[in-house]
Design a protein around this ligand. Structure first.
Ligand SMILES: C[S@@+](CC[C@H](N)C(=O)[O-])C[C@H]1O[C@@H](n2cnc3c(N)ncnc32)[C@H](O)[C@@H]1O
Length: 303
């Protein structure tokens, strides 16, 4: 780590801050690091950006150098005075919307309803990674144009696990997040980040993952893009997420036995129609197969 980097104002001002491990408070230490991360992201002009966990504001400041509007959350109210002062100009211009609340309690479907695409750019709090990504996928779905997250290697492997039948498939990693990632994104790039880039220095390695819906990077071939532009499609998307949650909850169970509220014959008929064995488990199904089953169940339920 070079010594001539510029300490971020948020890191410097908050050195005496009570860094809370439970909130995953490891702030980016240097302006240049935050700037380089944001420079790798293909943000388009006037794009709406969701940032979860502002911390000292290193990433927020780098984002605000671009022509975007940032909607940001920070749970730690002791940072409020500092952040309101640091970003007074952007707040007054309406380019930054800061909410000192729990991001898990937000309604992003409603907040971003008027935007066609949203970029999610965050250095996520470690303990909430899984919950927050599930929420991002559930509430924003195909509206996510870019997903750029600082994550632990394991969390990235869970997102990027390929479906059954592909090289590097791992049953224990394959689940809701891998399925949705396969469906929504066409490219994924990951960058290793030094532990020294953060304060306090974390005990684990982080990587910055950038996924986009545009071609480029490691291209995926057989993507299905579910549309969510009608109320019915939105309901189907939520149904699909719930379906995946139930199907993968007990991953060793046959899928037929995961849905106790459904008549067993109904699911059997759908599996037969799809040419799948009745004994199949969710972890053995591709995103397309899971999507097909969920659509059939949704049709049967809603007509
Ligand atoms: C890894 S730090 C990132 C800070 C800053 N973005 C950076 O890169 O330097 C994660 C931040 O998320 C905040 N946080 C944790 N749980 C949160 C929640 N449920 N809602 C909103 N913010 C949360 C923490 O307080 C912390 O500031």
């Amino acid at each position: 780590m070079k010594q001539n980097k510029t300490p971020d104002a948020g890191y410097l001002a908050n050195l005496a801050h009570n860094f809370r491990k439970s909130w995953g408070q490891n702030f980016l230490r240097y302006c240049e690091d935050a700037g380089k991360l944001v420079d790798k992201i293909d943000l388009t002009d006037n794009m709406a950006v969701l940032e979860i966990g502002v911390g000292g504001g290193a990433l927020t400041a780098a984002l605000l150098k671009r022509n975007v509007t940032v909607y940001a959350y920070e749970i730690d109210k002791t940072l409020e005075t500092f952040l309101n002062l640091r970003f007074a100009e952007s707040l007054a211009q309406g380019r930054l919307h800061l909410s000192f609340t729990d991001a898990l309690a937000a309604d992003w479907t409603q907040l971003f309803a008027r935007f066609e695409k949203v970029a999610v750019v965050s250095n996520l709090p470690y303990s909430l990674t899984r919950e927050l990504i599930n929420k991002i996928y559930r509430e924003l779905g195909e509206k996510i144009g870019i997903l750029a997250l600082m994550l632990q290697k394991e969390a990235i492997n869970r997102l990027l696990c390929p479906p059954p039948g592909r090289t590097n498939y791992q049953a224990k990693l394959y689940g809701l997040q891998a399925v949705i990632t396969q469906m929504l994104f066409r490219s994924a790039e990951r960058y290793k980040i030094s532990r020294q880039a953060f304060f306090p220095v974390p005990h684990v390695d982080n990587e910055f993952l950038i996924m986009t819906t545009e071609k480029g990077g490691e291209e995926k071939s057989d993507i299905y893009f579910p549309r969510q532009n009608s109320i019915r499609d939105q309901k189907l998307w939520l149904y699909f997420i719930d379906f995946l949650q139930t199907a993968f909850q007990n991953r060793r169970k046959q899928i037929r036995n995961c849905f106790s509220t459904l008549p067993n014959e109904q699911l059997s008929a759908i599996l037969l129609k799809a040419g799948l064995p009745l004994t199949v488990r969710a972890e053995e199904l591709t995103p397309q197969e899971l999507w097909q089953i969920a659509c059939e169940l949704f049709e049967a339920k809603n007509g």
